[in-house]
Design a protein around this ligand. Structure first.
Ligand code: RFL
Ligand code: PHB
Length: 389
């Protein structure tokens, strides 16, 4: 098969990019290893920045997001003694929208047929070939038959473990990485949220987050040692822990219910630079990971896709070679700022095993400063709603 852009991975990054390219009349095909149901079964992000919402608007795929998404004008930082509300609407004039990654992915999936975006599910053993040349190829196995896609560009949207980044010779890029000594144990339950806004809590027993998917569906997290397994946490133990870590006010409003999903995600900061190598452009988790504390991962995937679509449209529409050459610098400039924010909020809101009284005093002092300073709150708010493109 011949096409202009071969996209590897049909997560949010791959599908968003595919739709944006089709909107511009650019030919593309998306190769996905899993089935649609598997992709939709991954419970991940919940908070969308304006930039992600506006890409869905631009695609005309925002009807359900507008109808069912919950606009949030603020969120809270708690530490067992107090709750600091960050009024993002007042401080920035913007809001975030709570709408699950699963729902956003479903909206993108449902539109593929009508928009003539071809997605090949069950594409196994994907391999990238000749990526440094102007005639790269992607090969894959489907039903035991090997296929080959010839294209002008490959978009690597295949997440952290996919083959795209690994196709770049190690000596042609630099990986920056920080692994955190804990993971987030998440629970999804069909119960009303304990608070109408998110609460991030740094309690002496550890971190907790109260989030939601709708007015009837809650998402909660606690941080756990990397040695813990999901089986160590039956529902009651997890609800008890959440009640303690979120503090008495929130605890009084927690409705318990059986877990629809429970999983542990390790926390990591990671950036691979540059994000382009020859004819390969990396987007989303394929190029970078943030710890979930800042709710940035999906939104960064969306901003990468915005820059990638601009670059590829420039190349195919105006024969502008520089458009693609500039992709990595533009994307990375926003990526690094989101990395910094996610890392600093993670440090502020978690108890690290190696921390002593000094580090704890620093966290307290920083929370005191945030509680008393509009400038500090504005800085957090503008990062949380997403820095400009
Ligand atoms: P994805 O979603 O991992 O999709 C990559 C796709 O590529 C496919 N793939 C392959 N396809 C073909 N061949 C191969 N060999 C392949 N290998 C992999 C995969 O099957 C998959 O379909 O990456 P993408 O599109 O870059 O999207 C990134 C986001 O999923 C991620 O950043 C966010 O979920 C992170 N995240 C959050 N982001 C936010 O913006 N706000 C949040 O509130 C938020 N909360 C979270 C999160 C991530 C979490 N976990 C579990 C890591 C909360 C959690 C708990
Ligand atoms: C979520 O609802 O899954 C969620 C919300 C905010 C975060 C991370 C995850 O920072």
């Amino acid at each position: 098969m011949k096409t202009q852009v071969c996209i590897v991975g049909a997560g949010p990054a791959g599908l968003l990019l595919g739709h944006l390219l089709r909107l511009q009349g650019i030919e593309c095909v998306v190769l996905e290893r899993r089935t649609p149901d598997y992709v939709l079964g991954r419970i991940r992000a919940g908070v969308l920045e304006n930039i992600t919402v506006s890409l869905m608007e631009r695609l005309g795929l925002d009807a359900r997001l507008k109808a069912e998404g919950l606009p949030h004008a603020g969120f809270n930082l708690a530490d067992g003694e107090r709750m600091i509300r960050i009024d993002i609407a007042e401080l920035t004039g913007q809001q975030v929208v709570v709408y699950g990654q699963t729902e956003l992915t479903r909206d993108l999936m449902d539109a593929c047929e009508e928009r003539d975006l071809e997605v090949v599910y069950g594409a196994e053993d994907v391999a990238l070939v000749d990526i440094e040349s102007d005639t790269p190829k992607v090969t894959y196995l489907r039903d035991g038959v090997r296929h080959r896609v010839e294209c002008r560009f490959i978009a690597g949207c295949d997440g952290f473990h996919g083959p795209s980044r690994q196709a770049i010779p190690a000596d042609r890029g630099q990986a920056y990485e920080k692994v955190y000594p804990f993971g987030w144990l998440g629970i999804l339950a069909e119960v009303p949220p304990c608070n109408h806004e998110l609460i991030y809590s740094n309690h002496e027993r550890g971190f907790a987050l109260a989030s939601m998917r709708s007015e009837a569906r809650s998402r909660y997290y606690v941080d756990v040692p990397l040695t813990d397994r999901v089986e160590d946490w039956d529902d009651e133990r997890l609800w008890d822990e959440l009640a303690v870590r979120l503090g008495p006010e929130a605890a009084a409003n927690i409705t318990r219910g059986p877990a629809l999903e429970k999983s542990i995600a390790p926390l990591r900061s990671y950036v691979f630079a540059p994000m382009r190598f020859g004819s390969l452009l990396l987007c989303g988790d394929a190029a970078h990971i943030v710890p979930p504390t800042g709710a940035k991962g999906l939104n960064l995937a969306a901003s990468d896709v915005y820059y990638a679509a601009e670059s590829l449209t420039g190349f195919f529409g105006r024969s502008d070679n520089d458009a693609v050459a500039g992709y990595s610098d533009k994307a990375l400039s926003r990526v690094w700022k989101a990395e910094r924010f996610s890392w600093s909020l993670t440090k502020l809101m978690h108890r690290f095993p190696e921390d002593g009284p000094f580090e704890r005093a620093m966290q307290k002092a920083e929370l005191d400063y945030i509680a008393s300073s509009r400038a500090a709150q504005t800085s957090i708010a503008e990062n949380y709603v997403g820095l400009p493109l």
